[in-house]
Every structure is written in structure tokens, then in C-alpha cells.
Write a protein that binds this ligand. Structure first.
Ligand SMILES: [Mg+2]
Length: 371
């Protein structure tokens, strides 16, 4: 089998705001082959820049667009394809958006491999530790503590056993920070796990102070309290925090996950397959397992990213919960024909169809495609 075309499709809602909500746009990766099998991936990055990385014309030996680099390659040789892309992007894309674009390709390659073999990706990767995970509702904080109370109540009433509140006003004011967590807990009730996604707002000493202040409300974890590169700060914080620390959504390279796990001492690592690829997500999760830490997905995109996350988690012995993005964006819900649902016990299951196990709704692409 040979790759005949790699394309990037940018989809965008008509109105995009500055809310920290990644479901307002997306970049899909489509890989076509001479066998007729098409693979789909998705990237969580800056969509138009990802498209430029994939479409770029040849500049010189180690500076080429990812699409060019993969033309005529065997898509089943996933690692060979990854190496071809690292070489093509050597001059411009070894980190950041270059790696993100490769991640989207990695998803599409695994989709092709699974479809070619007629099995779901997690089976191809030798997984199956678990095929269902407890879903936590992932939402943003309200603009005020009282709005946050209402949000907690709403999702607890829907039956979720865990709710994550993120970003928004957290970090602006000490009293308000505490009130946000207090109201998140009060709205969610004592039986529900409350997860706090701070949004890179503190230095490690302030984060440690907040962790002690939040402790009486018993958060499940504090996520991304520091800037992504403050590995030394994570080391200090994780060693002293009374609440588990989670982070990793910003990383794309295995060595960066390993640094956060070992030097940063974090309790939960959170790879996003749309930034690091399924291959690296599984590898990062296994590193976490080696150090007796846990892995959970970061996913705030469409059903493609949801499916990729589920397949990767199914390959890991230390996965148990799943980020279930509650955005009502049509890009979140209408890009795949499959709708991901939560069962009566609050769990989500890995798709069992071949490849990623999702099929693409071309009407949604036609409606929202801008590039
Ligand atoms: Mg987060």
C-alpha cells in the first residue's frame, strides 16, 4: 500500500471567541492510499499553521512539507513515516506545531492500519487492558463562583460522577480562587469528584498555597497550575502538594513527558493524541506506569480525537478515567457519524470498528471548512 495524498482541512465555526475552548475550530488530516483506504486524524494546535506545515513545498533536503515527505510511502510502516516527517521538518518543525502536525498524521496512519487489518487500533497495538473508562465532564469555570455552583449542579444532576472545572477567572484573586473551588464542590455535591484545571496561572509557591487552601474541598487533582516549561516548579509543587498534580497536555515529545514525570514528579500525565500522536501517547503512558503514575487523555476536539484517546488509553495499564468534553460545538458532536455516549454507570467505551472506529460526516466538513 502506498500513500497517494496527504491533505489538511481547516474547519471553523462562524463566531470564534477568546474562551479557552478548543472546539471552535480544528484541523483534520486526511491520508489517501492506492488501496482505496482513507485515514483520518485531527490536530489540536493552530489549525491554519498546521495546514501550512502539511502543504509546504520542498525548500531543501531537510526542509519539506509533511505531505511531500510522505508521498508514495507505505502507510503501514508507521514509525518509518514518523521518521520521514522528523527529517522533513528538521529545519523548522522539531517542536511545537511541527510535532502537532505529525501527531495528526500519526492518528491517520493508525486509522489506515486498523482499517487495513480489519481491527480496532487498540487491538493492533496489543491493547485491551480496559475498554471502558469512567468519564469526567470537562467544562469551564463560570465567570463567578455562583455561576460555577450552577454549572456543578447541572452536571451532577446529569449523573456524572466527576466534573472538571477549568480556566476562566481562576488565578485573578486569592479570595475568588477559593470561592470558585468552594462553589464547584457545593454545586457538584459531596459524592462527585471535583477536578480543578487552573490554567497556568501561578508560580509553584502560590500553587502550593492554593493546594492547601483547596484541600478542605477535596479536589481529585489540580491540573496545569504552572507554565508548561516550569518543570523545576512542578518538582517542588508535586513533592509538597496535599492534592495530586496533573499536567502534560501541552507536550508533544516523549522526552518532555518523561521530564514532567521524573523531574516534575507529577501524579497524572495528560497526553493529547492530537498533539503527540497515539504512538507517543502510549509510550508516555508506559513511562508514567514505570514510575507508578497515572495517565489520562486530554481531548477537547471532535470524535476523531475522542476515538484516538480511547484507543491509546486501552493500551495502558494505568488508565482509568476519561476527559469527556462537554462543549456543545457542532465540531465536537457532528464531525463523526458516531456519537460518544456515557452509559448508565457513567462510563465511555472504546469504539470497536476497524481503525479508529469513526466515520466522517462530509456534510459537517462542507458546512464549516474554511481552508
Ligand atoms: Mg487542561
Amino acid at each position: 500500500m502506498r500513500i497517494t495524498d496527504v491533505s489538511a482541512l481547516v474547519l471553523r465555526l462562524p463566531d470564534v471567541t477568546d474562551a479557552c475552548d478548543g472546539t471552535q475550530d480544528t484541523c483534520l488530516v486526511k491520508i489517501e492510499t492506492d488501496s482505496g483506504i482513507t485515514g483520518w486524524g485531527e490536530v489540536d494546535s493552530c489549525p491554519s499553521v498546521v495546514k501550512a506545515v502539511i502543504d509546504a513545498p520542498l525548500s531543501h533536503q531537510i526542509c519539506n512539507g509533511l505531505g511531500n515527505a510522505l508521498l508514495d510511502a507505505d502507510p503501514l510502516a508507521v514509525e518509518v513515516c514518523m521518521e520521514k516527517m522528523m527529517s522533513a521538518a528538521n529545519y523548522y518543525g522539531r517542536a511545537g506545531v511541527g510535532r502537532h502536525a505529525m501527531a495528526g498524521v500519526n492518528l491517520a496512519l493508525w486509522d489506515i492500519a486498523g482499517k487495513s487489518a480489519g481491527v480496532p487500533v487498540y487491538r493492533l497495538l496489543g491493547g485491551g487492558f480496559s475498554t471502558r473508562f469512567r468519564a469526567y465532564a470537562s467544562v469551564l469555570f463560570g465567570d463567578t463562583p455562583s455561576e460555577t455552583y450552577e454549572i456543578g449542579r447541572k452536571f451532577a444532576d446529569q449523573g456524572f460522577s466527576a466534573i472538571k472545572f477549568g480556566w476562566g477567572p481562576m488565578g485573578a484573586d486569592e479570595t475568588q480562587d477559593i470561592d470558585l473551588v468552594k462553589e464547584a464542590r457545593r454545586g457538584s455535591g459531596s459524592e462527585v469528584d471535583v477536578l480543578i484545571d487552573a490554567g497556568q496561572v501561578w508560580d509553584w509557591k502560590t500553587a502550593l498555597t492554593r493546594a492547601h487552601q483547596f484541600a478542605e474541598y477535596n479536589p481529585f487533582w489540580i491540573e496545569e497550575p504552572l507554565m508548561p516549561d516550569d518543570v523545576a516548579g512542578y518538582g517542588q509543587l508535586s513533592a509538597a502538594s496535599p492534592i495530586p498534580i496533573a499536567t502534560g497536555e501541552a507536550e508533544a515529545a516523549l522526552e518532555d513527558f518523561e521530564r514532567l514525570i521524573v523531574a516534575g514528579g507529577i501524579d497524572w500525565v495528560q497526553p493529547d493524541p492530537g498533539r503527540c500522536g497515539i504512538s507517543t501517547m502510549v509510550a508516555a503512558g508506559l513511562v508514567a506506569d514505570r514510575y507508578n503514575r497515572k495517565v489520562v487523555n486530554h481531548s477537547f476536539k471532535s470524535g476523531i480525537t475522542m476515538a484516538a484517546s480511547l484507543h491509546a488509553l486501552a493500551c495502558l495499564p494505568n488508565a482509568s478515567i476519561f476527559e469527556f468534553c462537554m462543549s456543545d460545538s457542532p465540531l465536537r458532536h457532528e464531525l463523526t457519524h458516531e456519537r460518544f455516549t456515557i452509559d448508565d454507570e457513567g462510563y465511555i467505551s472504546v469504539p470497536e470498528g476497524p481503525g479508529l472506529g469513526v466515520t466522517i460526516n462530509s456534510d459537517t466538513i462542507d458546512r464549516y471548512r474554511v481552508l
